[in-house]
Design a protein around this ligand. Sequence first.
Ligand code: NAD
Length: 483
Amino acid sequence: MPTDHRNYVNGEWVDSESGDVFEVRNPANADEVVGRFQDSTPADVEAAVDAAVEAQSDWGGLPGPERGRILRRTSAVLEERKEEATETLVREEGKTRSEAAGEVQRAVDIFAYYAQKARDVGGVVKSPSGQNSGLSTRREPLGTVGLITPWNYPIAIPAWKLAPALATGNTAVLKPASAAPTVAEILFECLDEAGLPDGAANMVTGSGSRVGTPLIEHDAIDGVSFTGSTGVGTQVARTAATDLKRVQCEMGGKNPTVVMPSADVDEAVDVVGTGAFGTTGQSCTAASRAIVHEDVYDEFVDAMVEYAESIEVGPGLEDPDVGPHVSESELESTLEYVDVGQSEGATLETGGAELTEGVYADGYYVEPAVFSDVDPDMRIAQEEIFGPVLSIVRASDFEDALRTANDVEYGLSASIVTQDVTEAEQFLDRIEAGVAKVNEKTTGLELHVPFGGYKDSSTNTYREQGDAGIDFFTATKTVYRNY
Ligand code: NAD
């Protein structure tokens, strides 16, 4: 029997005033209902924001180390529940067991990291121009913030927004993505068990229009941190900016890996393949384009096809290489792009078919797909696909490769595989991406460095994680003292 889940408002688990619920199904077996969630309304958002506003001065007034203690306990409680959270994440989002365990561990580590950071939310002291005076800055919480998150990292992203928001003394209302809300709920159970005061963090589930929009439009919300698609994020940024709210939106990607002739082709295939097909290609930083020098192009394509055909696709709980898509609509979108690529004249070297027999019968599975002969201006080379589809583009030289790499609207992550130091440094200097890597896959970023995109991948206002998380959630006050 699926469990019914509730909103978390003012320290209580409550039903929506709508009386309606929506279902989440297991993407590996759509017959299985994982849970039923509150289909909330603007009135539920209002109640959550009221609770958060009410709680803010007490929470923000606690000494940083006290807030840090609660975050550290949250990390510890989540670590104790790691197995359960991992399995839940697999069942609702479809990730493989290893990917899910890595993501839950990321959430554990993020709370531990910001628990420590809560001690360091200070300011700087500067030399004053006058005598007998002081000049310094201090960081203060924004107030109450609205957090909106996507389904593809449904515990890590709520964690990397909630932890710095709370560490710095803000109170928060989170709207998780409807495809995978259970693991965000686990996070709130951990915060509750760790002793978070009522109202400091609240969670309301439901649709973007009935929960997300009222949240970002609410007068009492001082900052909005959104992660999701560029289409929705652009709207969120516009709405929030109308009210002069602080806003950050981290959005889509079309991430390239450039492969140069000095690269070891097997290493390049591994770098591209793990970046392209890991998490079923459903990462914002997934390698979606391999831009390969013509001297190694044919060799790379052959080896990439072999790699893709060796990938084991299956239910995440069995820990294969690649799990299902999160939903039928995401599967349909990937299949549509496979058709688009073929109709544009690219060569489908392997994969791209829906898997429907046996263990695949009730899930959203597709064979990892590799396209060659992709022109840089084809839709499959320009648009975010969010599935296990790799487009291989031929480049005549380094300049051509770099031009192609930069010739998209997005600029999230990018990498180059080369043994040539000059090429590597030129790439790092000139690639238009918020994350740039040499001889590494485009996916994956450590939690203590800033994360965010260039161009249409981000509002480019603030970064997330590391010290950047503290920057977004605090305002700087400049203080003069005369004595
Ligand atoms: P999405 O934009 O459809 O939804 C994101 C969140 O916004 C969800 O909670 C959704 O319910 C909510 N939402 C939808 N409409 C809204 C509205 N009008 N007002 C307010 N909120 C609204 O994205 P998704 O499908 O959940 O996630 C996939 C996308 O997220 C991809 O484009 C991916 O690249 C991106 N992403 C980016 C990063 C990053 O850090 N750059 C990380 C993960 C995912």
